[in-house]
Design a protein around this ligand. Structure first.
Ligand SMILES: [Zn+2]
Length: 184
């Protein structure tokens, strides 16, 4: 299997005319011209690491549907790196927004994929990383899963079947925004 030029993971690579379409488990999907890899290899380690963050961010913040275009030289890559740096300057704000989005909708059973997908978009992270972000929020006492309705509801058109209770991620009340006092 070919290796992703950004993160060295095993990835699938498909040739599309002179371009390569890469599907990487870490970076998502991107596409580059035949000359890109050589230009990229000449860049500093810092730039390469920046691009390895920028590509998955760009891919997942775009909804995880469209491959990130890297072109044939490094101009587009520079643009993506500049964009992710702007995003990272306000990371706390984006995390807050991710929590807002997470807590904005209800789900049933364990079917919280659409809530996780919103986090994925806001933070530009894979579903897997978004889910571990949410798990950390729970562990840190920032959000919890609340049951919205205690009664089951009939499913439309099938009176014999009952729907489970609706659930929702909610911000935990007790901790709020209070900073820990008396920390040393
Ligand atoms: Zn990768």
């Amino acid at each position: 299997m070919p290796l992703c030029i950004l993160c060295d993971s095993e990835a699938t690579e498909t040739a599309i005319d002179a371009d390569k379409f890469v599907d990487c488990p870490e970076c998502g999907q991107y596409r580059h011209g035949a000359g890109f890899a050589a230009h990229f290899a000449e860049q500093s380690a810092e730039f390469r690491a920046d691009l390895a963050r920028a590509v998955p961010w760009k891919f997942y913040s775009g909804g995880g549907q469209k491959p990130v275009e890297l072109g044939n030289d490094t101009r587009l890559a520079e643009y993506h790196v500049a964009s992710v740096k702007v995003f990272e300057e306000d990371i706390e704000e984006h995390r807050r927004k991710a929590v807002d989005e997470l807590t904005s909708e209800t789900f049933e059973d364990d079917l919280d994929e659409s809530a996780i997908a919103k986090v994925s978009r806001v933070l530009g992270r894979s579903r897997k990383k978004s889910r571990s972000f949410v798990e950390d929020l729970i562990v840190d006492g920032i959000v919890e899963i609340r049951i919205q309705e205690t009664q089951t509801r009939p499913i439309e058109g099938s009176p014999s079947l009952l729907r489970g209770p609706l659930k929702k991620y909610e911000r935990c009340k007790k901790k709020g925004s209070a900073e820990s006092e008396g920390s040393e």
